[in-house]
Design a protein. Structure first.
Lengths: 388, 55
C-alpha cells in the first residue's frame, strides 16, 4: 500500500471513529472553507466562480500546504457559466454584476407564490420544471432559447461533476485526502423557505395557509431523502451535508418550530438513517433552545455541528450519543489573533473533545475575510494539542 | 397529506416508465433493458431539476 493510501485510511478512520462518538488517536480536523481558498491560492472570485479548473486548483494548493484530515471540494458551489446559460436571476456573481472579488449574492424573493401550493403539492417536479424554472430563468423567454438553456445547463452540470470526480480521485491518490461529506439535502422547511417562498413568504404562510404549508412540507420528505441519497451516489461512509437555515433561533418561535420545522426535518434524517446515511446537521446560527428535541434522533444518526449554539449545553445534551463539530467563531478567524484562535481551540479540546466524538472546524463556512495565520493556528493547535 | 399525484410519481421520476411504454407500443426484446436505461436518465433529469431548488 502506498504512503498516500495509508495516510488516506488513517485520516478516514480518525474521522469515522469520531463520528461514531469514539476517541481516535487525535481530534480530526475538517475545515469547511469556501471563498477563503481562493484568497489563499491567489485567484479572484470571478475566476473561481467561472473557471472550474481554477476553482479546483484552490483546493490543491491548500491541501499541499496544510495537514488537515479533510477539506470540502473547491470553494465555489455555484458555477457562473451554468447560471448564465439558463439566465438564473437569483444569483449575482463576481465579475458580472459584481466587482471581481465580491462574494456572490442570493436575491431572495417569493419565486413560488402562495397560489402555487396546490400545483406544487400535486407534482413538485413538474411544477419546478414548468412553472418555477421559466419564472427564474430568463432564457425561457422563447422556446429556442429555453431548449438551449436546458441542454447547456444539464451539460454544464455533467462537465463540472466530471471534473470534480477527477479532482477527488487526485486528492485521494496524491494527497491522501477524502471528502468530508457526500451528497446534500435540506430540511423541507428550508427547501420551501430559502429558494421558493422566501423568508417573508413562508412566515406569512404559517399564519395564512398553514394546512397547505404542512401538506407541501410533507410532500417534500421523500424528495429530500431521495435527493440526498442520489447526490451521494448511494455512499453511506461519509455524512450527508445538510445546511440548516430557518430553524435557527429566533427565526421561529418554539411552537412554530415544533409544528412546522422539526417534524419533517426529523423524518428526513430518520429516512436517511434507514439507508445507513448519517447527516451532518450543519446548524447555522443558534439552536440551543432545540437541543432536547434534536436529542430524540437515533444515536449517531447525525454529526451536530455547532456554529453559535451553546457548546456546553450541546455537549451536555447531545454528547456521548452524537459527534459534535465546529464552534471556532468565524469572527475570531477574521478579527482575532493566532494566539486567541489557539486558546479557543485548546478550550474546545479540553472541554468538548476530551471524551472523543468531536471534529475541529470553524462555526460557519470560512469565507474570504478569514486571516491565513488564524486558519494556520487552528490547524497547528489541533495537530499538537489535540492528540489523545 | 400527500395528494394522489405526488404519491403516484415517486422521487427520482419525472415521466414514469408506465406512461412512456405506452408511446413505444410493442417491445420485441427485453423490456427491462430499455426500462433500466430510461430510469437512469430519469434520475439524472430529476436531480438536475431539483438542483435549482435544493440550495
Amino acid at each position: 500500500m502506498s504512503d498516500k493510501k495509508i495516510l488516506y485510511q488513517e485520516r478516514l478512520n480518525r474521522f469515522i471513529t469520531a463520528m461514531d462518538v469514539g476517541k481516535p488517536d487525535r481530534v480530526p480536523i475538517r475545515l469547511t472553507l469556501s471563498e477563503f481558498l481562493a484568497k489563499y491560492a491567489g485567484y479572484t472570485l470571478q475566476e473561481i466562480y467561472y473557471q472550474m479548473d481554477k476553482n479546483i486548483e484552490c483546493s490543491n494548493k491548500f491541501i499541499q500546504d496544510f495537514d488537515v484530515d479533510t477539506v470540502p471540494g473547491p470553494p465555489s458551489l455555484w458555477m457562473g457559466g451554468i447560471h448564465d446559460a439558463t439566465g438564473a436571476k437569483y444569483l449575482k456573481f463576481a465579475g458580472r454584476e459584481l466587482e471581481k472579488d465580491k462574494q456572490f449574492q442570493f436575491l431572495e424573493s417569493d419565486y413560488m407564490k402562495a397560489e402555487d401550493y396546490d400545483d406544487f403539492i400535486a407534482n413538485p417536479t413538474k411544477w419546478i420544471l414548468t412553472t418555477l424554472l421559466p419564472r427564474i430563468h430568463t432564457e425561457f423567454k422563447d422556446p429556442y432559447r429555453a431548449h438551449l438553456s436546458l441542454i447547456k445547463g444539464a451539460a454544464g452540470m455533467v462537465m463540472n461533476q466530471g471534473m470534480l470526480a477527477e479532482a477527488g480521485k487526485r486528492w485521494a491518490e496524491e494527497y491522501g485526502i477524502f471528502p468530508p461529506f457526500s451528497g446534500m439535502s435540506k430540511a423541507p422547511f428550508d427547501t420551501l423557505g430559502d429558494v421558493l417562498r422566501g423568508l417573508h413568504g413562508i412566515m406569512m404562510d404559517m399564519h395564512l395557509c398553514p394546512d397547505k404549508l404542512l401538506a407541501a412540507l410533507d410532500v417534500l420528505v421523500d424528495h429530500n431523502i431521495y435527493y440526498g441519497m442520489a447526490t451521494a451516489a448511494g455512499d453511506t461512509t461519509l455524512p450527508l451535508f445538510m445546511p440548516l437555515h430557518r430553524g435557527s433561533y429566533p427565526f421561529l418561535n418554539p411552537e412554530q418550530w415544533d409544528k412546522f420545522y422539526w417534524p419533517t426535518l426529523k423524518k428526513v434524517i430518520e429516512g436517511l438513517w434507514k439507508h445507513g446515511k448519517r447527516t451532518l446537521f450543519y446548524a447555522e446560527g443558534d439552536w440551543t433552545p432545540y437541543l432536547e428535541k434534536i436529542a430524540e434522533l437515533p444515536d449517531k444518526s447525525i454529526v451536530f455541528h455547532v456554529d453559535m449554539t451553546d457548546m456546553k449545553k450541546a455537549k451536555e445534551i447531545l454528547g456521548g450519543r452524537f459527534c459534535l463539530s465546529g464552534n471556532v467563531p468565524n469572527t475570531l478567524l477574521t478579527y482575532g489573533t493566532p494566539e486567541e484562535v489557539s486558546d479557543y481551540c485548546k478550550k474546545l479540546i479540553d472541554e468538548v473533545a476530551c471524551d472523543g466524538g468531536f471534529i475541529m472546524d470553524a462555526g460557519g463556512v470560512v469565507q474570504w475575510d478569514a486571516k491565513v495565520e488564524n486558519v494556520r493556528a487552528m490547524i497547528e493547535t489541533t495537530l499538537e494539542y489535540g492528540v489523545y | 397529506m400527500a395528494t394522489e399525484d405526488s404519491k403516484r410519481i415517486p422521487p427520482g421520476v419525472c415521466l414514469p416508465w408506465e406512461e412512456k411504454v405506452k408511446d413505444i407500443g410493442e417491445i420485441r426484446g427485453d423490456e427491462d433493458i430499455i426500462k433500466s436505461e430510461w430510469e437512469k436518465l430519469e434520475a439524472f433529469a430529476y436531480v438536475y431539476i431539483w438542483w435549482w431548488v435544493q440550495r
